[in-house]
Design a protein around this ligand. Structure first.
Ligand code: A2P
Length: 280
């Protein structure tokens, strides 16, 4: 869990992160993050929109792990775009997380309804504020989430810093080849939220059979598949046994033929939300 990828700005990022989407604020988020840190996770992924930054921050603060040994990500919500609003939202996230810096700050969505009419200009202004936060050291890396190639290439017209990360719904049911190809062309790391398809993929018989063959759980098989694609999976769980289970993914290798069979599952669960039509 302490293995890292190197981002395009030279910053090291632990190759598995603990996801907290749909983890309720309060005790559940607090306990989950504490359990994750005790299990060895050193990378926590949250977002202003998840509503749990305060509990995540408290769990980190009250853990035995030094803040500097944890890679912490949060995301800018749709209502807070634009130059000034981004700065304000970042300050509020830092306060809730009880920290004076972030390891990674992401634009959560490229074109939600709140600014769909002028998403190009809005993202450019938002990015300008994020670049400033990067330059003054408040954030160690900046990136994007749910950006399709068109959103990214538009952002790159005004950006002076290339995003380090693009976080997407990325799992065996949705490989998003066009997104990962464009990310690769900019040396942008592919982070995978809902790596287990929000749990749906655990019920797929073909994956259950393969997991048995490798003597691992289905979740472990899928997370291993994600790593072998050089993605950075962000599995979420609120159960201690599962949080630990999801870390035992370094003692086996999926062979090429089985990797391909898993790739071919594409489309079996819901397709990723399309940012151009999503109701955000
Ligand atoms: P729970 O939080 O109740 O433990 P994703 O990371 O793709 O969003 O998937 C998260 C979902 O998968 C959650 O519903 C979580 O349930 C469930 N989950 C996570 N890890 C495991 C596991 N090892 N075994 C079974 N279910 C899991």
């Amino acid at each position: 869990l302490t293995d890292t990828y190197t981002l395009n700005n030279g910053v090291e990022i632990p190759i598995v992160g603990f996801g907290t989407w749909q983890t309720p604020d309060g005790d559940v988020a607090y306990q989950s993050v504490q359990t994750a840190l005790a299990a060895g996770y050193r990378h926590i992924d949250t977002a202003a929109a998840y509503g749990n930054e305060e509990s995540v921050g408290k769990a980190i603060k009250e853990s035995d792990v030094d803040r500097h040994d944890i890679f912490l990500t949060t995301k800018l919500w749709n209502e807070d775009h634009g130059y000034e609003a981004t700065k304000k939202a970042l300050a509020l996230s830092l306060k809730k997380l009880q920290t004076d810096y972030l390891d990674l700050y992401l634009i959560h969505w490229p074109n939600p309804l709140t600014f769909r009419d002028n998403w190009e200009e809005t993202n450019a202004e938002t990015w300008r504020a994020m670049e400033e936060a990067y330059r003054d050291g408040t954030v160690r890396a900046i990136g994007i989430s749910n950006f399709r190639p068109s959103h990214l290439t538009t952002l790159m017209k005004t950006a002076t810093i290339t995003p380090a990360v693009n976080q997407n719904y990325l799992n065996p049911s949705d490989l998003q080849p066009e997104v990962t190809r464009v990310n690769a062309s900019y040396n942008i790391l592919n982070e995978a939220y809902s790596p287990l398809g929000t749990g749906e993929l655990l019920q797929v018989p073909m994956l259950q059979e393969l997991a048995a063959k490798y003597d691992h759980s289905v979740a472990q098989l899928i997370l291993r598949w994600s790593l072998q694609h050089k993605f950075l999976p962000l599995p979420k769980s609120t159960h201690a046994d599962r949080i630990k289970d999801n870390t035992n993914i370094f003692d086996f290798t999926i062979n090429d033929q089985d990797m391909q069979s898993i790739d071919e599952l594409q489309g079996i669960t819901r397709i990723a939300t399309d940012p151009d039509t999503a109701d955000f």
